[in-house]
Design a protein around this ligand. Structure first.
Ligand code: ATP
Ligand code: MG
Length: 600
């Protein structure tokens, strides 16, 4: 699969603009948010809840909202929706900031926190109580749930619904002061207990929660609910287009109701942003639910949120993915209102495309077997080292060349030799000749095995006339000798030892969270985990140009990524600095082996 052929047309005719761009075009034309040309007329945000690490779905949301701000010369905000003290942690805040920055999204000013707006939310809530649009409800959580009804049955009004305004104001102040136990009472909006939209059945705005908050400490004993807080956060920040995923579509009437209610009889209305929903990004073979990803971490199925098998931004970064590849994937998957899944092959194609253009080439042998050049001493000193120029990147002349040492003994890939090869095997076998990349042509004259029959050493002669890997001159009759195969190699004397971690898809099922028809009650998506998603090679041999840069200083800013010739794309893993052993991660194979295995 190639990404470019799947890329939508880049032209900017109205038809090719996605529906959100069309909304923004219309808003600019009508002057809805102010003078055209003013940066504030397109203001978007990314509002993560700091209760986990970001995943590829969040990356999509970030690329979309920050991309629109950039495209229209507007502003993009990064705001933590830190309204729930129970599950939130500083570790998540830090990782999210790092991930958003790494993806290349530029936010305006400081990182924002919803918790900074708590006093304003509180004042507006009091305002709603005073307008008769909110009340303190003392029903138990069970009663509230029961009296809400369901999609077929209308809800039942709370006995506290029509209590005097003064009473609600007094109780609300005391809720805030910490006089009541968790769950003892809530503040609810007074909307309509019979609404067909469940979200409008007197939704809870505040609950009592005597919990410590990562930023506000013990100041608050009540915390706002998502629906109450979110639109207000958007309004305070001057958001114009509040972009979210489709599951919030049914919440939009509430988003609007809250802001309209605050604005009722208000001399200076607050800004009323427009919520716009699009279909979530759902790549095949992965899971984009923070809760499920956290289970994988907590149950030890992966080494952490940044395990290279994880679809998290930190996991993909560690695996060697580039921000450019992730952004290309976000773009190629488009923006629609239709639910559907997206071929993970497109993400892998995006990373191959980018690394094919950028990654320096190196030689590495993952499953080494030794080759001895038996006629090496016939043409010079047996211990001599010859250096060959190797091209760093055929797609980038400026990347130049490097010297690769060649000696009497080299390693090649075990699978590049066969004791009894079929005709079409163009690599090494008894009597067969092959080109060693950049070096010489060699012919196999014999091999040795151990008691178990494993090949332990291969004997070859080399042809000095093929220096640099070039064809030898024609023979007396003018015939030119040809060789079909080229294999990679590493000098035994110069080889660096390394561990190489080979990653594959974390799940074997296209839709890992989908239970099969006959699934038992306790079925979980864990049943689809790919037991072979990580294989560790401990005795890889690398060419010396892959040596550790001094201590691998800040690996995040300077992840070293390479193409190992004929093997795929690899990058230095962060564990390298701690262990001292060179450790590489496989980012991607050279070709899409999954498509091939499925006969695509
Ligand atoms: P959970 O996994 O608990 O449902 P979440 O992924 O919705 O949480 P948030 O922190 O609330 O986590 O998400 C921040 C933003 O990312 C939201 O605006 C949400 O719409 C968007 N987002 C989340 N998942 C995806 C996805 N798969 N595709 C596109 N956008 C997403
Ligand atoms: Mg969410």
């Amino acid at each position: 699969m190639h990404l470019r052929s799947a890329m939508p047309d880049e032209s900017t005719t109205a038809e090719s603009r996605n529906f959100i761009e069309q909304i923004i075009d219309a808003d600019i034309a009508s002057g809805k948010w102010g003078e055209p040309g003013d940066r504030s007329v397109v203001t978007t945000r990314f509002p993560p809840e700091p209760n986990g690490y970001l995943h590829i779905g969040h990356a999509k949301a970030i690329c979309l909202s920050s991309g629109l701000a950039e495209q229209f010369g507007g502003r993009f905000m990064l705001r933590f929706d830190d309204t729930n003290p129970a599950k939130e942690e500083q570790e998540y805040v830090d990782s999210i900031i790092e991930d958003v920055r790494w993806l290349g999204a530029n936010w305006e000013g400081d990182v924002r926190f919803a918790s900074d707006y708590f006093p304003r939310f509180y004042d507006w809530a009091k305002d709603l109580i005073e307008k008769g649009l909110a009340y303190v409800d003392e029903q138990s959580p069970e009663e509230i749930r029961k009296n809400r009804g369901n999609v077929n049955e209308p809800g039942v009004n709370s006995p506290f619904r029509d209590r005097p305004t003064e009473e609600s104001l007094d109780l609300f102040a005391r809720m805030k002061a910490g006089e009541f136990k968790d769950g003892s009472m809530v503040l609810r909006a007074k909307i309509d207990m019979t609404s067909p939209n469940m979200n409008l059945r007197d939704p809870v705005m505040y609950r009592v929660l005597n919990a410590h908050h990562h930023r506000t400490g013990d100041t608050w004993h009540i915390y706002p609910m998502y629906d109450w807080a979110h639109g207000l956060e958007d309004s305070i920040e001057g958001i114009t287009h509040s972009i979210c995923t489709l599951e919030f579509e049914n919440h939009r009437p509430l988003y609007d109701w809250f802001i309209d209610s605050i604005n009722k009889d208000r001399a200076e209305p607050i800004r009323h942003p427009q919520q716009i929903e699009f279909a979530r990004l759902e790549p095949t073979y992965i899971i984009t639910s923070k809760r499920s990803l956290k289970l994988l971490v907590d149950d030890g199925h992966v080494t952490g949120w940044d395990d290279p098998r994880m679809p998290t931004v930190s996991g993909m970064r560690r695996r060697g993915y580039t921000p450019e590849a992730i952004r290309a994937f976000a773009k190629v998957t488009g923006v629609t209102k239709y639910k559907g899944s997206h071929d993970i092959g497109l993400l892998e194609a995006a990373v191959r495309d980018h690394l094919n253009a950028e990654a320096p080439r190196r030689m590495a042998v993952l499953d080494p077997v030794k080759v001895v050049i038996t006629n090496w001493s016939e043409h010079g000193d047996e211990n001599r080292v010859e250096y060959f120029d190797a091209i760093n990147n055929p797609n980038d002349e400026a990347a130049g060349t490097r010297k690769v040492p060649f000696t009497k003994e080299i390693y090649i890939e075990r699978e590049d030799f066969m004791e009894d090869p079929p005709k079409k095997f163009f690599r090494l076998g008894p009597g067969r000749e092959v080109r060693l990349r950049y070096a010489y042509w060699v012919t196999c004259t014999g091999y040795e095995t151990d008691d178990a029959g494993n090949v332990t050493e291969i004997h070859c002669t080399y042809d000095p006339e093929t220096k640099g890997g070039n064809s030898p001159p024609p023979d007396a009759e003018g015939n030119v000798r040809k060789v079909k195969g080229t294999i990679h190699w590493v000098s035994v004397e110069h080889a660096l030892d390394a561990e190489v971690r080979l990653f594959d898809r974390l799940f074997t099922a296209e839709h890992p969270a989908k239970a099969p028809k006959d699934a038992p009650d306790n079925w979980s998506f864990m049943a689809n985990l790919n037991p072979e998603a990580m294989q560790v090679v401990t005795n890889a041999k690398l060419e010396p140009a892959l040596a550790t840069a001094e201590g691998e200083p800040d690996w995040r800013d300077s992840i070293r990524r390479y193409q190992f010739e004929r093997l795929g794309y690899f990058c230095v893993d962060q564990d390298t600095s701690e262990s001292g052993t060179l450790i590489f991660n496989r980012t991607a194979t050279l070709r899409d082996s999954w498509a091939k295995s499925k006969g695509k």
